[in-house]
Design a binder for this molecule. Structure first.
Ligand code: SAM
Length: 501
């Protein structure tokens, strides 16, 4: 632990990641779905975006690269993160992003805060429940000064009650890890090993928790760096939504929606009996608290608005009808069922097939899709269409449907592919910058590398195999060839339609 870190892990940098809940188009869409006014950024809007606790800043850079008109500011107190992020942004030639090395505990009162403009969208992913109360209070003061009226704030955090029965596991993991000393990731791994031994010794309090089992299974697959930042922070404390809402009310922020779009649809999240219980109350925070007892939400992604204005269903639908969307999958791969928190939901093929077919050649507005003559189903529910397709990551919102790929975004993608191949597993979900989308197109590291090679003129299967051999990235040649063929045939055309290249 460093003297300056206030108990947060600083001896090992965090992983690089992208989370679509951080994207302003997803944030604005979630607000609209819940009947709250939020402007989907228009093509030329000079949106101001702020990320607090940005780590390596990959998500912030993706947004800056996809939207040259935006002004992006990203803050972290770890100089190793900021140095790496600045180096990456300079290599990609990003001129519209500023990385600030600052401690959120006192940033609001620092002269450095003058560099942060009034902000339309803020994101804090993986910060709130991992930092001490003094940092949370500093964040609230900063938000109070910097969020524009009408601005949207995304905050993710470990939530109660889902974490309740695993609090002991997390505490033991951390304290036993500390006994071993050494770097935080090694401490986490020692703590983790000990928890396993306790499970084998049938420690009742660990063994009876389903969540402990789920978490331990997940831990097996996660890199040590992630475990260190997740489990080795002194102040880590999951909380209820009402605690976060109470704290953020100090910045005049009001809870409006979940950034996980599907969670905003009670029919897809709760059983009929559970919905009846929720519907007895008007208070949105109480409704969410009841919901949190009905489903397993270990990590909440919440959206707060400063000055939330309710809009009529008519206004909401008009805004949604005008939204263009683009398909992430091939039309023939449209699933006829989707996994929802309330169980598997059937997707009516007579409704969805004509819609995805109409998206074959590129983005279309939701209103136009709902006018397709052969479609059978509700034509007056743009919220459900947007929620299901975008919420299940089958489609993305599109901010500039007629625009060609921009050189800034392409340059960023090239740099990202070449950096990530050195540090991340090929299957890791990341994102590619797209000027057309005004955000990221979901893509694995493999997709990113294959696209880069293709643009360099080395996109044949033989060329690609040779490249991966030279990069020592081949364990099973036959399997890799099949994966590459799928990527070339299925993914590259989708990336093209999304304006990535
Ligand atoms: C779990 S990481 C999340 C990083 C990034 N948001 C992401 O999702 O990839 C939390 C980040 O918060 C930063 N952080 C922790 N305490 C902080 C503080 N007091 N001031 C500024 N940044 C802080 C850490 O350095 C770390 O990069």
């Amino acid at each position: 632990m460093s003297a300056w870190g206030s108990g947060y892990v600083t001896d090992i940098p965090y992983t690089t990641g992208w989370y679509r809940q951080q994207s302003p188009s997803i944030m604005a869409l979630a607000c609209l779905l819940c009947g709250v006014a939020a402007s989907m950024p228009a093509a030329d809007d000079a949106v101001s975006y702020l990320e607090l606790g940005c780590g390596h800043g990959f998500g912030a850079m993706l947004l800056a690269a996809s939207n040259p008109e935006w002004r992006v500011t990203a803050v972290d107190y770890n100089p190793a993160h900021i140095a790496a992020a600045r180096e990456w942004a300079a290599e990609a030639g990003l001129a519209n992003i500023t990385f600030l090395e600052a401690d959120l505990t006192t940033l609001a009162e620092d002269a450095a805060a003058q560099a942060i403009p009034q902000t339309d969208f803020v994101s804090m992913h993986g910060v709130w429940t991992w930092v001490p109360p003094a940092v949370q209070q500093g964040i609230v003061r900063l938000l109070r000064d910097k969020v524009r009226p009408g601005g949207v704030v995304h905050v993710s955090y470990n939530a109660l009650p889902a974490w309740g029965s695993a609090l002991g596991m997390a505490r033991i993991l951390r304290l036993v890890g500390r006994q071993h000393g050494g770097r935080s990731d090694r401490q986490a791994s020692e703590g983790f090993k000990f928890v396993r031994e306790m499970i084998e010794a049938e420690a009742v309090q660990l063994n009876r928790s389903e969540i402990v089992k789920v978490l331990l299974e997940k831990l097996e697959e996660l890199p040590g760096i992630y475990l260190a930042h997740e489990y080795m922070n002194d102040a880590w404390a999951p909380c209820f939504i009402s605690d976060v809402a109470q704290a953020l009310s100090g910045a005049k922020l009001e809870w409006v929606a979940s950034a996980n779009l599907i969670e905003n649809f009670p029919e897809l999240t709760l059983s009929q009996e559970q919905r009846a219980l929720v519907n007895r109350f008007d208070d949105p925070l109480l409704r969410e608290l009841i919901k949190d007892h009905c489903i397993d939400r270990l990590l909440r992604h919440d959206l707060f608005v400063r000055g939330a204005r309710r809009i009529s269903p008519y206004q909401r639908d008009a805004a949604l009808m005008a939204l263009p969307i683009s398909l992430n999958i091939r039309p023939q791969d449209m699933p006829l069922e989707a996994e929802m928190p309330a169980g598997r939901a059937a997707l009516n093929p007579k409704f969805y097939r004509p819609i995805v077919a109409a998206l074959t050649d590129g983005p279309r507005r939701i209103g136009d899709l709902l006018q397709i003559p052969e479609l059978e189903g509700k034509r007056d529910n743009p919220a459900e269409l947007a929620g299901i397709l975008i919420g299940s990551e089958l489609a993305e919102p599109v901010l500039r449907p007629d625009q060609s790929p921009s050189s800034t975004a392409q340059n960023f993608n090239r740099v990202a592919a070449r950096r990530l191949i050195r540090s991340e597993p090929m299957s890791r979900p990341m994102g590619l910058a797209s000027y057309r989308l005004g955000g990221a197109m979901p893509a694995s590291v493999l997709d990113m590398v294959v696209l880069d090679r293709t643009l360099e003129g080395g996109g044949s299967l033989d060329d690609l195999m040779q490249f991966f051999h030279a990069a020592n990235a081949v364990t099973d040649a036959e399997k890799l060839r099949a994966v590459l063929a799928t990527c070339v045939e299925n993914r590259l055309p989708r990336l093209r339609l999304s304006g990535v290249w």
